[in-house]
Design a binder for this molecule. Sequence first.
Ligand SMILES: Cc1cc2nc3c(=O)[nH]c(=O)nc-3n(C[C@H](O)[C@H](O)[C@H](O)COP(=O)(O)OP(=O)(O)OC[C@H]3O[C@@H](n4cnc5c(N)ncnc54)[C@H](O)[C@@H]3O)c2cc1C
Length: 401
Amino acid sequence: MLVSTVELYYRTKRAASLGLTGLEGIGLDWPAIIERNDNIVGSWSEGADVSLEKKGIAILRGQARFTGPTELEVDQLRRRVTASRFVIATGSSPGRPAIEGIENTISSDGLLNRKHLPDRMAVIGGGVIAMELGFCLARAGTKVTVLQKGPQVLPGVDTEIREALEEIAGQAGIKIHTDVKVVKVDSDRSVTAEIEGRVERFPSDVVLVATGRPPNVAPLQLKNAGVELNRGGVRVNEFLQSPTAPHVFAAGDVIGAHQHTPVAWYEGQLAAHNALKGTERKLDLGFLPTAIFTIPAMAQVGLTEADARDKGLQVAVKRLAMQHNPAAGVRDEKEGLVKIVCEEKTDRLLGVHVLGAGAEDLVQIAAVAMRGGLTRADVSAMHYVFPTLGGAIFDAMAASA
Ligand SMILES: Cc1cc2nc3c(=O)[nH]c(=O)nc-3n(C[C@H](O)[C@H](O)[C@H](O)COP(=O)(O)OP(=O)(O)OC[C@H]3O[C@@H](n4cnc5c(N)ncnc54)[C@H](O)[C@@H]3O)c2cc1C
């Protein structure tokens, strides 16, 4: 919501090119935007609580911890709960790296609670949350500096798409530094960091730490239930079942693999089904579309070109710059591209990557095609509505290279 409001603001500010006038005074009421964000998110979980209770599911509010293999204690209620099966879905929390002065930083939760837009923000981290919030605040008017430990931001993203996004980030005024070692954060919110052997100082008003979200496992005392961990998350098999405690299942961020809302919903249903009915359903995250809500957004399904080549596949690549999509031209949102990765011999779709307006919706066309086993030629031969942003997917499939 926050991102969509800022995106609307950013687009409206540029709308003089569409012939709109009177836009000079447009501004952002940041406290109102944050309040609206809170209300919408709150209404989602309230609605969920009511519908669960209507279905006869009792909700105990408190911190749960295992006291034995089949027993939990809910701390605040001083209540013990026994069960023959458990599903753990405790999510994740912002990580707090061991940096001197970490108390002078805030997490994404803290930033989303902050009622004022900072003039300058330093972001420690270069993953999804760092880039989403970095773009959002930069488009709202904050000067943003991203300090990434590794050699690039958004490491899982297709290289070409990432490079195109980095160029757009530069135009948005976001400064990205990679291979950075953050040394300390002072109480005046200045960040001291080592970059290529130099020590640099980044004065800021807010320092956002976005270095990943470790699964919420510590308070659960999982050892008491015999549940093992894997890279900090609950270790599960293909049935989302703990191999060391088969009566315990897990779903969502607490597994520590794919931290996305639809994955948590899907895994929650699957884990609950397997816990209640026996291990019938296997996890299938093939053709999972994901989006990163930068402005513009980026989205992907399947393999990156590099992943496909690493697997030894003979790869063909097709591309379409969004500037060649008539709907993007109509909306004056011509940044970005669609990239199709397919198997050279069979034309099988291996991956589709989108950067640009509506990327989060466009990628779903590709996900459906891939799930349905359509080839690149099948999709390129389909009819589509003109002019639409979605047309870019079909045209990219038909592109010469
Ligand atoms: C800034 C930000 C932006 C994001 N944007 C997107 C996006 O655009 N799209 C997307 O798909 N995903 C997004 N995500 C990721 C998404 O929010 C998570 O993947 C999703 O919420 C995970 O759901 P979950 O049910 O596993 O955990 P959660 O939603 O975190 O729920 C876990 C629940 O367990 C409770 N809990 C924790 N410990 C205990 C305990 N010991 N006892 C009892 N209860 C406990 C918590 O209070 C919480 O209510 C975003 C995340 C962040 C931080």
